[in-house]
Design a protein around this ligand. Structure first.
Ligand code: SAM
Length: 275
């Protein structure tokens, strides 16, 4: 577990460039793969050659992330790995992005992997009548309710808070916008595509699904064993979105983040079949 903010910074916002490629497995991982049994319970990530590499037993992949986040403070700084000061720049970049794509409705939005509701409060609440949240950590989910319903926020702005992992979440509403930020690296490739497919069904006509994620600066997926996540190349996200039946409408790189971080991209997409 990381103890200092600086160390968290390097973990969560990936100060260092690609440090660990998920390529051919070392001998000990091969052993542990075969010892953990069924292949369909393993996390799959693209190897540098593009074929799937199975490395971590899937329940362990999710359990480790859950444990990691349960030890992180329920604060903006905690959400941003000690880089709380970039929150304003981040929100500003997202605001410009949303303005550019012109979201048609302003009734209901969904914040995926919402944490304590930093994005909900600063980006979504000012634009939508009501915002639902999905967050796997119970303490963050509870904090989100408090953080997003303080005195300066109009009552009724926060709707449902679903305390569940995105790998299990299926929307039961029609949203005008579904936003997902700094969380998709916690899903296996297969769960990510399945999540995209389910999310598509939760979009109102003309609505957008937007993701904002770190991407690796090479074509390789980078694994972070400490928080149990991966940083994928941009083209993996593009490929998985297309596979799930989305078309990409806009793709923008976040500007003005401190040097040394992974590039951060925003992608807006719409279901192919609804157009
Ligand atoms: C880097 S924080 C980002 C929080 C928020 N999106 C933001 O930008 O402030 C990552 C969040 O994803 C959550 N998370 C991790 N794995 C998840 C999963 N499988 N499903 C849903 N949320 C998850 C963590 O609990 C944490 O709140």
């Amino acid at each position: 577990m990381t103890t200092t903010l600086e160390a968290q910074l390097s973990d969560k916002l990936k100060v260092m460039d690609e440090i660990k490629d998920i390529g051919p497995k070392p001998a000990d991982q091969e052993e542990s793969s075969s010892a953990h049994g069924r292949t369909d319970e393993r996390a799959e990530f693209p190897s540098p050659s593009g074929s799937a590499t199975k490395i971590v037993p899937e329940p362990e992949f999710y359990d480790k992330a859950q444990k990691y986040w349960s030890e992180v403070p329920a604060t903006v700084n905690g959400m941003l790995g000690g880089l709380g000061y970039i929150s304003a720049i981040d929100i500003q970049g997202s605001s410009v992005f949303l303005r550019e794509i012109r979201v048609p409705g302003n009734r209901l939005a969904l914040d995926c992997g919402a944490g304590i509701g930093r994005v909900t409060r600063n980006l979504l609440i000012p634009r939508f009548s009501c915002v639902d949240l999905v967050e796997q950590d119970p303490a963050f989910a509870e904090k989100a309710r408090e953080y997003c319903t303080s005195e300066d926020v109009a009552p009724g702005k926060v709707g449902q808070i679903y305390n569940v992992g995105l790998q299990k979440f299926a929307p039961s509403q029609q949203y005008d916008l579904i936003w997902s930020q700094w969380v998709l690296g916690h899903l296996t490739d297969r769960d990510l595509v399945a999540f995209f497919r389910r999310i598509k069904l939760g979009l109102a006509p003309g609505a957008f699904f937007c993701l904002k994620e770190n991407v690796s600066s090479s074509r390789k997926t980078v694994e972070d064993k400490e928080d149990s996540s991966v940083t994928r190349p941009l083209d993996s996200y593009e490929r998985f979105l297309k596979e799930a039946g989305f078309r990409i409408v806009r793709k923008v790189k976040q500007q003005n983040f401190p040097k040394g971080l992974f590039p951060v991209y925003m992608i807006a997409c719409k279901p192919v079949s609804k157009e």
